[in-house]
Design a protein around this ligand. Structure first.
Ligand code: ARG
Length: 239
């Protein structure tokens, strides 16, 4: 019986193709809640995930301004403590109110940050904010999200993913993205592309050394060569 189980397990492992493991773009599945207890999903009342976020405190979530602008607070449900969105793990809360950064208009103009107040505080460890000195070109941060696994991939994975992406020096990013503003943003990506955040990862955290450095904000396509993703420079707004 034990042998049969072992043989079956081996079959499942060898028969599952590598590409069946879903990804952010070029990332991997997060399978331990303890790794990112502060990560949350923003969903509609019918459960559709549209953005990510992170807990700053038990009753406070930080996300991108463009994730919430134009939505009634009562139409946003925050899901915490749940890696697989098909499950009932963790807890959910309504949003009682939110504040968008003053002067925000569109992601490419910066200030793409908002703080939500939860109706039901969540018992998960919050994420501290990075210092303004954390944004060194070449530092590798981790970005988390439930978004697309390829630029043209409409399939959404219910599983949380993460990817390791290095910060691109500001001068380099300014040469690539004419709208780049180093006070409001930073870029992260690989010269060859292949690993990036993507659509529906917006609002999700980019973490350096266990601290919130960035928020997924905008990009041109996803994971294209020489086209780093652009993140809100959180320390400009929250330190
Ligand atoms: N604006 C997208 C969203 O709403 C995020 C895009 C990030 N793109 C990128 N290439 N990193 O989900």
């Amino acid at each position: 019986m034990r042998l049969l189980t072992a043989v079956l397990a081996l079959l499942v492992i060898t028969v599952t193709p590598a590409h069946a493991a879903p990804r952010i773009v070029g990332g991997e599945v997060v399978d331990d809640t303890g790794e990112a207890p502060w990560v949350v999903a923003l969903t509609t009342s019918s459960g559709g995930q549209f953005c990510g976020g992170a807990l700053l405190g038990p009753g406070q979530v930080v996300t991108a301004a463009h994730c919430v602008r134009g939505r009634a607070p009562g139409s946003i449900t925050v899901v915490g403590g749940r890696l697989d969105l098909r499950t009932g793990d963790g807890s959910t809360s309504a949003v009682s109110s939110y504040e968008v950064a003053a002067g925000y208009s569109t992601p490419s103009r910066g200030k793409d940050i908002a703080v939500l107040t939860l109706a039901e505080p969540m018992p998960y460890r919050p994420l501290p904010v990075a210092a303004p000195t954390a944004y060194m070109g070449g530092s590798v941060g981790t970005v988390y999200g439930w978004g697309r696994q390829a630029e043209h991939d409409a399939d959404k994975s219910p599983l949380l993913h993460k990817a390791y992406v290095p910060i691109v020096p500001d001068e380099r990013c300014a040469a690539i993205h004419p709208r780049f503003d180093a006070e409001a943003m930073f870029c992260a990506g690989y010269p060859g592309g292949g690993i990036d955040s993507c659509v529906d990862d917006s609002g999700g955290p980019y973490v350096i050394d266990g601290r919130l450095a960035g928020i997924v904000s905008w990009g041109v396509g996803c994971a294209r060569p020489d086209t780093p993703g652009v993140y809100t420079r959180v320390a400009t707004y929250l330190s």
